[in-house]
Design a protein around this ligand. Structure first.
Ligand code: ADP
Ligand code: MG
Length: 394
């Protein structure tokens, strides 16, 4: 990575404003449902503490849109972090107000303070300069470890960098280095897998993968839209009609570039996501008018697994079916196992697909599970991410 990291600066005795991504899934009672994002930031936090820095952590949670929302306070997150660190974690009741200032002014080296949800402040998402300066006044150094928000230019992950030295944390470094391996000096053949439901959001990712990949396997709602573009009636399946023409254009471009786009040859259908008893396999051109394609079928799994076995680099976003419901999780599980069995360098990015691969029990056999959703996609679109661009060059 061509950006400086916390190893390139002396942090001992310094106050370090560390932007992390603690935007965790929550239970209804507000407790942390999954602490993976907190765990991912621990290497940076423990390093700073061991070096004798005073650590000020900042994160957003949910979408409070510039207002204080009691159900989006970071209290439960602070408690979870304290449990993981085995250390007291102080928490302010405001973002940069009197409580934060009071706690920061008495913060000692080796202590941790978590500021309140930065998106409670209306200036955060506007990248307001006054707010960015207020953050900077709290600290000597800015460390960015929030890869998940790196595609946004907000005050706590981009604006602040204009006022104090700004470097990357270990998670940011790991994400950038791993993701760069799929863009530069890539080991061929490259295989991309794209599934999920948000076709309109992801069509540009498929388009960019035409430049990177030798083969693209499609599944999920994404595949339905492409199948529709080949003229197949998909019954009541999730098809984004306004993306059908884009899908057709991508297939034309793929054949020009000699990129193979593989579509399902069979699917698992049912009358709806809840119709687990009605699940059955049919050929892709035999989806009845009243049924929906909710997963790739068993023949497709075999074809896809064979292509996966030939790849040297694998990039995957989006589950291949409705993995939350057992009969429609089988395609995603089979593909996760095929990717895990391959010796290729493999990266999986996207909130749902990462959850699916964890559920399949093969997460430890994947080279890199990216913590970014939108940020990972924008990286793969070839965009420069503002939260990375602001960090000091090596
Ligand atoms: P990611 O979070 O990995 O980027 P997305 O958010 O785009 O993925 O899509 C995940 C969602 O797509 C899941 O909730 C899943 O149920 C849904 N999905 C996958 N395949 C289908 C399908 N064939 N029909 C409807 N929804 C689907
Ligand atoms: Mg998702």
């Amino acid at each position: 990575m061509n950006k400086k990291t916390i190893k390139d600066l002396a942090v001992t005795g310094k106050r370090v404003f560390t932007r992390v991504d603690f935007n965790v899934p929550r239970l209804e009672n507000g407790e942390v449902a999954d602490d993976a994002k907190i765990k991912a930031a621990l290497p940076t936090i423990t390093y700073l503490l061991e070096q004798g820095a005073a650590v000020i952590l900042a994160s957003h949670l949910g979408r409070p849109k510039g207002q204080v929302k009691d159900n989006l306070r970071l209290t439960a997150v602070a408690a979870k972090l304290a449990e993981l660190l085995q250390l007291e974690v102080l928490k302010s009741d405001d973002v940069v107000g009197p409580d934060a200032e009071r706690l920061v002014s008495s913060l000692e080296p080796g202590q941790v303070l978590l500021l309140e949800n930065v998106r409670f402040h209306p200036g955060e998402e506007k990248n307001d300069a006054d707010l960015a300066q207020a953050y900077a006044r709290l600290a000597d150094i800015f460390v960015s470890d929030a890869f998940g928000t790196a595609h946004r230019a907000h005050a706590s992950n981009a604006g602040i960098a204009a006022y104090i030295p700004a470097v990357a944390g270990f998670l940011m470094e790991k994400e950038v280095e791993n993701l760069s391996r799929t863009l530069h000096n890539v080991q061929k053949p490259v295989l991309a897998i794209v599934g999920g439901s948000k076709t309109a959001d992801k069509i540009s990712v498929v388009k960019n993968f035409l430049k990177l990949a030798d083969t693209i396997l499609l599944g999920g709602g994404m595949a339905n839209t492409f199948l529709r573009a080949t003229g197949i009636a998909m019954g009541r399946s999730l098809v984004e009609e306004d993306q059908v023409e884009n899908a057709a254009a991508i297939m034309r471009e793929a054949s020009k570039r000699n990129v193979k786009i593989s579509l399902p040859i069979d699917v698992t259908i049912a009358s709806g996501k809840k119709d687990t008893a009605g699940a059955q396999y049919v050929a892709v051109d035999a989806v009845p008018a009243e049924q929906m394609a909710l997963d790739i079928g068993p023949k497709t799994r075999i074809v896809y697994a064979k292509l996966i076995a030939k790849a040297k680099t694998i990039i995957w976003n989006g589950p291949l079916g409705v993995f939350e419901v057992e009969p429609f999780a089988q395609g995603t599980i089979a593909i996760a196992k095929a990717v895990a069995a391959s010796a290729a360098f493999s990266i999986i990015g996207g909130g749902d697909v990462v959850a699916a691969v964890e559920k399949a029990g093969v997460a430890d056999k994947i080279s890199h599970l990216s913590t970014g959703g939108g940020a990972t996609l924008e990286f793969w679109e070839g965009k420069e991410l503002p939260g990375i661009a602001v960090l000091q060059d090596k």
